[in-house]
Design a protein around this ligand. Structure first.
Ligand code: GDP
Length: 393
């Protein structure tokens, strides 16, 4: 029903802890309640290669209802190489379902995903302690205590956050008793998560995740609306990676249905008139004409992870160049320290000057991460936009 509260959630956590099994189990239980369509494990996990590479994100989304809410749910892959996808996939999550296997407790990717969730502004976390069928009650208690401590350590509410214990596999395979943990999880989401606040008043901002061609219709760009509302027929501009294109959004699709408008939080496909697919790149922004601008120079508050947190062991000096990830894009990024500052050590937090190889749409308070060899080494937030500087090629 349209009156239901809409929430974006998704699973995060270490590889093999049961994220995809849990996603399938949730759809099985909500389907039985008549509130969604069952999506089997292999329909979620065995995605085609282009979906694995994150070119399409629709397939990683499932949806289901509870009596009061509608959930769009992203199942994020756990492997380190897919953190890039997780960053863009979770960027609009109202809450994350942190899956941790009771057999292992928290693992490096549990912590990395939790750090990223905090960094990209995921407000709430609900913990699902999985594989309860394989351990005793004492272990479950210990894992719960550890997880609550971990939540607090990463800036979440370790006391109030719900922790649900169960077995996603049992829920998926057995009817009745095995499914109770899923009902409990859904109840925790319904009652713990506040009604998400959406910025629908600002001009719309839609970072492109991927694009494809529909024969006889044109080019469709896919992404999640970050803020604002766009309507079918709206004039639009496409900015970023040095591009500035004018277009008209002639159709908007949500879950494969054409809709008259879409707003913040919706994952949509936009038919963009007169645009060829090869003119688009992941990370370009669709927005109203003459509102947003692309920049290549800014100040940011940045935190370099310690070696213990998966970061660097060596200091950073002016001229440090790596890849910056924000919204759905990544771009070569150079970091310069404030005058007089010789270096930053892992664990340091400082304001730095940043320069991108090409201009991208940037806004104050925008969050980003820096990765080195597929490993997150720093997280940051833009504090001030500066006049463009020339970048030698
Ligand atoms: P992901 O990598 O986090 O998405 O993990 P998967 O959902 O692919 O699960 C990894 C493995 O753990 C699979 O072999 C699952 O069948 C198994 N698994 C998932 N949940 C449970 C559970 O509750 N109990 C047991 N015993 N195994 C589980």
């Amino acid at each position: 029903a349209p009156s239901k509260i809409h929430c974006n959630v998704g699973t995060i956590g270490h590889v093999d802890h049961g994220k995809t099994t849990l996603t399938a189990a949730i759809t099985k239980v909500t389907c039985k309640h008549g509130l969604g369509k069952f999506v089997a494990y292999d329909q979620i996990d065995k995605a085609p290669e282009e979906q694995r590479r994150g070119i399409t994100i629709n397939a990683a989304h499932v949806e289901y209802d509870t009596p009061t809410r509608h959930y769009a749910h992203t199942d994020c892959p756990g492997h380190r190489d897919y953190v890039k996808n997780m960053i863009s996939g979770t960027s609009q999550m109202d809450a994350a379902i942190l899956v941790v296997a009771a057999t292992d407790g928290h693992m490096p990717q549990t912590r990395e995903h939790l750090l990223l969730a905090k960094q990209i502004g995921v407000k709430n976390v609900v913990v699902f302690i999985n594989k309860a069928d394989l351990v005793d009650a004492e272990t479950l208690e210990l894992v719960e205590i550890e997880m609550r401590e971990l939540l607090t350590q990463y800036g979440y509410d370790g006391v109030a956050s719900p922790v649900v214990v169960g077995s996603a596999l049992k829920a998926l395979q057995n009817d009745g008793e095995g499914e109770k943990c899923i009902d409990e999880l859904l109840k925790a989401l319904d009652t713990y998560l506040p009604v998400p606040e959406r910025d629908t008043k600002s001009p719309f901002l839609l970072p492109i995740e991927s694009s494809f061609t529909v024969p006889n219709r044109g080019t469709v760009a896919i992404g999640t609306v970050v803020k604002g509302r766009l309507k079918k027929g709206d004039q639009a501009e496409i900015l970023g990676h040095g591009a500035q294109l004018k277009t008209v959004v002639t159709d908007i699709q949500v879950f494969r249905n054409s809709v008259p408008s879409a707003e913040a939080g919706h994952n949509v496909g936009c038919l963009v008139r007169g645009i060829k697919p090869d003119q688009l790149a992941r990370g370009m922004i669709i927005c109203p004409p003459n509102i947003f601008r692309a920049y290549n120079h800014f100040k940011a508050q940045i935190y370099f992870l310690t070696k213990h947190e998966g970061g660097r062991s060596k200091p950073v000096r002016s001229g440090y160049t790596q890849q910056m990830y924000s919204h759905t894009w990544d771009m070569e990024w150079r970091c310069d320290l404030k005058p007089g500052l010789e270096m930053l050590m892992p664990g340091d937090n400082a304001e730095v000057f940043c320069t991108l190889r090409r201009q991208m749409v940037l806004e104050p308070n925008q969050r980003f991460t820096i990765r080195e060899n597929h490993q997150t080494v720093a997280t940051g937030v833009i504090t001030k936009l500066l006049s463009d500087v020339e970048v030698s090629s």
